[in-house]
Design a protein. Structure first.
Length: 167
C-alpha cells in the first residue's frame, strides 16, 4: 500500500513541477515580439570604421563590465565608450540574477561565440563582476551559450531597454 501511495505522490509531484515550468502562449508570444523588435534594432547598419565589425571573440582586456538586458542579451561596456551586445544562442533564465559570468573558455584571454557560461552570484566587489572565472564547479544556475559580439551605439541600447520595459 505504501508503494502505491509513494508512486502516486511521485507522479503528482512530477506533474506539478512540469506544469509550473510551462509558459502561457500569451507570455511566449510577448517574448517573441520583444525578441523580434530587438533584432530589428540590432539590424541597423553601423559604420565599421567607427564602430568595428561584429566579433566572434571579445578579449578580456576589451571590456570593463557587463550587464544583462534581458534573458537573451548581454551588454558589454568597453574602453573608449565602445559597447557590444551578445545575443545568446538560447534564452538564459538565470542571466538577470547573476553578478558574475563563469565562462568555460577555450582561450584563457577571450570569450568567444559558443563558449558556455553560468550566471551566478559570488562576490560583492565590482572588480569580480567582469572576471571570466574558470572554476565551473563553483557555479550554480543554468548553463548558457554565448553568441557573437555585435557593436552597438548608446542610442540602440536605449531603444532596446525601452522595448524591454514596454512589454
Amino acid at each position: 500500500m505504501n508503494t502505491i501511495k509513494s508512486a502516486i505522490f511521485m507522479v503528482f509531484g512530477a506533474a506539478l513541477l512540469l506544469t509550473s515550468c510551462a509558459t502561457s502562449p500569451a507570455a511566449e508570444s510577448r517574448r517573441q515580439a520583444v525578441q523580434e523588435d530587438i533584432a530589428t534594432v540590432l539590424n541597423a547598419q553601423l559604420d565599421p570604421a567607427e564602430f568595428g565589425e561584429t566579433k566572434r571573440c571579445l578579449a578580456d582586456t576589451e571590456y570593463d563590465n557587463f550587464r544583462a538586458l534581458d534573458d537573451q542579451h548581454i551588454l558589454f561596456d568597453g574602453r573608449g565608450d565602445k559597447q557590444w551586445i551578445n545575443t545568446l544562442r538560447m534564452p538564459c533564465p538565470d542571466l538577470r540574477y547573476g553578478d558574475v559570468l563563469v565562462v568555460r573558455q577555450f582561450s584563457n584571454i577571450r570569450m568567444c561565440d559558443t563558449d558556455d557560461f553560468t550566471a551566478t552570484e559570488w562576490f560583492g566587489w565590482p572588480w569580480y563582476r567582469r572576471w571570466p572565472w574558470h572554476w565551473g564547479q563553483w557555479a550554480t544556475g543554468a548553463e548558457c551559450s554565448l553568441g557573437k559580439f555585435q557593436p552597438v551605439t548608446k542610442g540602440q541600447v536605449a531603444e532596446i531597454e525601452a522595448i524591454i520595459k514596454s512589454r
